[in-house]
Design a protein around this ligand. Structure first.
Ligand SMILES: C[S@@+](CC[C@H](N)C(=O)[O-])C[C@H]1O[C@@H](n2cnc3c(N)ncnc32)[C@H](O)[C@@H]1O
Length: 219
């Protein structure tokens, strides 16, 4: 377990997220802690154009010590301009402290039947647990959902881990921990043919990808 700063998006994390999105073909993608929307747009390029996108962040320009100086925060206007580059028609950015949100703020998530949520915002225990409850409280009961919690090895995020794994197990989904990523699902995820999905981004094909069909217990 590490108490260090959140890990920024390395190639291995990108591979995991990209493979999961290609597998799941979401009808809704939500990222809490979208930062500069790099991951949002990378994944949007792999999703159906009918998918809805929602990128949540504080979007405050004040410097934050958890962010490296070469990746400073952006404001709402810049985030909206970046989001405009996504191919999907239904997309929005939401400037908010995620702890202040309720399920009614996420109507696209409740409407979705194949949502994919990436939780990568505040990494304190309070925020990690609040974000997880917000998301799982917003997912439609009949949806097949994938929820990824980033930096799952950090002290605050670990506080949410037991609840997160219990949620996935109770919902009949699968889960695994890839060192620093907790991947959960509500209902078993069906495997689609990834060779049918265009793959425009530059990620080395030989990078290892864990199987999402392996269950893991809370260490
Ligand atoms: C590690 S960065 C996210 C990196 C991004 N997901 C990516 O893949 O490029 C964490 C982000 O979470 C945001 N954040 C932190 N606390 C938050 C909160 N309570 N509500 C919303 N966003 C928050 C920060 O502003 C920052 O942009």
């Amino acid at each position: 377990m590490s108490n260090a700063q959140p890990h920024m998006m390395g190639k291995d994390k990108k591979v995991i997220l990209r493979e999961l999105v290609k597998l799941h073909q979401p009808d809704c993608y939500i990222e809490i802690g979208a930062h500069r929307l790099k991951t949002t747009l990378m994944l949007a390029a792999l999703m159906p154009v009918e998918a809805s996108l929602l990128a949540i962040d504080l979007y405050e320009l004040a410097p934050r010590e958890e962010l490296p100086p070469e990746e400073p925060p952006i404001g709402l206007a810049e985030a909206e301009a970046i989001m405009a580059g996504a191919g999907q028609a239904r997309k929005r950015v939401l400037k908010a402290n995620s702890r202040d949100l309720t399920p009614s703020d996420l109507p696209e998530l409740h409407a979705a039947r194949r949502p994919f949520v990436f939780i990568d915002g505040g990494h304190s225990a309070e925020t990690s647990i609040a974000d997880f409850r917000l998301i799982t409280g917003s997912i439609h009961p009949e949806a097949t959902a994938i929820v990824v919690v980033d930096d799952a090895d950090m002290e605050g995020t670990v506080a949410a881990r037991g609840e997160a794994l219990a949620w996935a197990k109770g919902k009949g989904g699968v889960s695994f921990i890839a060192a620093y990523m907790l991947v959960l699902s509500q209902n078993p995820v069906q495997v689609s043919d990834p060779t049918q999905v265009p793959d425009p981004a530059e990620v080395p094909a030989e990078s290892p990808v864990p199987s999402p069909s392996v269950s893991s217990s809370d260490p």
